[in-house]
Design a protein around this ligand. Structure first.
Ligand SMILES: [Cu+2]
Length: 136
C-alpha cells in the first residue's frame, strides 16, 4: 500500500476524485474461492459521490457487503451504493463494510489482486491489493 498512494495522487488533479487511503485483502486460506477486501476511501474537495461497485479480473464477482449482528449472530448482507460525500470517507473494516470477492482465481499470500472501483460520478479507481493470510 505504501507505494500505491503516490501513484494515485499522480493520476488526477488533487481533490477532483475519490482516492484510496488504505486497503488490504485477507484470504481465509491459500487458494480459497472467496475473500474479503477492506478499502478506505476519501473524497477531499468533493463533489459528493458514491461507491457503486467493484470488479477484478481475478474474481467472478465483487460485491459490496456489510457484516451485521442479528440475534447474536454475525452475517453478511449486500449493500447498495455507499455514499462518499465531499470531504467524507468510507472506511471498510473486519466486522463491517467490505468488498466480497467471489469465484477467485487460486491465489497465495503476497499475490496482488487488481481491483477497479466504480463511482456514481463515473470515476473509476484502479488499485492492487497484496493478499495476506489471517495472522500473516
Ligand atoms: Cu461478505
Amino acid at each position: 500500500m505504501r507505494a500505491l498512494l503516490p501513484l494515485l495522487l499522480l493520476a488526477g488533479p488533487a481533490g477532483a476524485e475519490p482516492l484510496v487511503t488504505g486497503g488490504h485483502l485477507t484470504l481465509p486460506y491459500p487458494g480459497a474461492p472467496s475473500a474479503a477486501a477492506y478499502v478506505s476511501l476519501a473524497n477531499p474537495g468533493g463533489p459528493d459521490d458514491a461507491l457503486t461497485g467493484a470488479s477484478s479480473p481475478l474474481a467472478a464477482e465483487a460485491m459490496l457487503h456489510e457484516s451485521v449482528e442479528a440475534e447474536g449472530m454475525m452475517r453478511m448482507e449486500p449493500v447498495g451504493a455507499l455514499p462518499l460525500p465531499a470531504d467524507g470517507a468510507i472506511v471498510m473494516a473486519p466486522g463491517g463494510l467490505h468488498l466480497m470477492l467471489m469465484g477467485l482465481e487460486p491465489m497465495d499470500e503476497g499475490d496482488l489482486l487488481s481491483l477497479t472501483l466504480s463511482f456514481e460520478s463515473g470515476a473509476t479507481l484502479a488499485l492492487e491489493l497484496p493478499l495476506s493470510l489471517p495472522g500473516g
